[in-house]
Design a protein around this ligand. Structure first.
Ligand SMILES: [Zn+2]
Length: 296
């Protein structure tokens, strides 16, 4: 079993990090958690064939977690995907997918390509959508996947999920999606082999964002992450979904300037994040970067 961190960024465009996407391979089967911008190209860089990814789980419907999905569907169709993919996501996923097709965003493109003899199989393009609620959301001969509510977008707008995948031979991975520290996710992750958890901003940026009142603060700080990973007794922790606070790119720094003072950005912030997580968590810790692989 191998985990590949395809994208480790948050919503700010970053040349060093694609948006949220995690590939899990078990034998010759592929599972994808989130489908953020860049995921398909990252799969190819990692030697993963995207036409063989048939199960996609969306943690929530923020664009940095789903914007690649239309590209992934179309491009694997024209690359001769063999099966229609299954996409499991929160309520709203069906509408998101439907708007790509008849009278939707890509209707003309699909109609044009479907004229070719090799593209008569339009049914392959259309995924099977399963909108889910907390509990068991998927099962096949290799894995079961459970979901819980996490705390990110107000529920009346859109539900957000944390996920846990268990293999039939006893290995386990949990993924927080985006969330503030959340008891339900700690409970879902109890004793997990690998916890993959968002850690969007370092402590200094969180203080700054509170002062300037920018965006949501429904994220988890490094100090909070150390505490909850320890409470869940996660054997290994991968911190991810970094909002480019480590970037030295001047354009990224300018964009991120509303979230934290430009002069404190840079790779040293990752050292501070690591130090803050380790205040409470003593297990194996990885700070995610794109294409990082973990074997289980
Ligand atoms: Zn996000």
């Amino acid at each position: 079993m191998k985990i590949t961190m395809l994208g480790t960024s948050a919503a700010v465009p970053d040349p060093e990090r694609a948006d949220s996407a995690i590939h899990i391979s078990i034998g010759d089967k592929s599972y994808l958690f989130d489908c953020g911008h860049g995921a398909t190209r990252q799969m190819i860089k990692a030697g993963i064939d995207p036409t063989e990814v048939n199960h996609i789980f969306l943690s929530h419907l923020h664009y940095d977690h789903i914007s690649e999905f239309p590209y992934f569907l179309l491009t694997t169709w024209i690359c001769d995907r063999g099966l229609s993919p299954v996409v499991v996501g929160p309520p709203g996923t069906q509408s998101f997918v439907d708007h790509l097709f008849e009278d939707g965003a890509f209707a003309k493109d699909i109609e044009a390509r479907a004229q070719y003899p090799r593209r008569q199989n339009v049914e392959i393009l259309r995924p099977e959508v399963r909108e889910c609620q907390p509990g068991l959301i998927f099962e096949d001969e290799l894995v079961s996947v459970k979901a819980c509510f996490v705390e990110h977008i107000p529920k009346e707008i859109s539900e957000c999920f944390g996920l846990r995948l268990d293999t039939k031979d006893g290995k386990s991975i949990s993924f927080s999606g985006d969330t503030a520290p959340c008891d339900a996710f700690v409970e879902l992750s109890k004793g997990v082999d690998v916890m993959i958890h968002e850690c969007t901003f370092p402590e200094e940026a969180i203080e700054f964002r509170k002062k300037v009142k920018v965006g949501t603060w429904a994220h988890t700080s490094p100090i909070e992450l150390g505490k909850l990973a320890s409470e869940a007794r996660a054997k290994c922790l991968i911190a991810t979904h970094f909002a480019s606070f480590d970037s030295l790119n001047p354009v990224v720094q300018k964009t991120m300037g509303v979230h934290m003072p430009q002069e404190i950005m840079g790779p040293h912030q990752l050292d501070l994040v690591e130090k803050d997580i380790k205040k409470s968590y003593s297990g194996e810790l990885h700070l995610a970067y794109d294409l990082m692989e973990i074997e289980l």
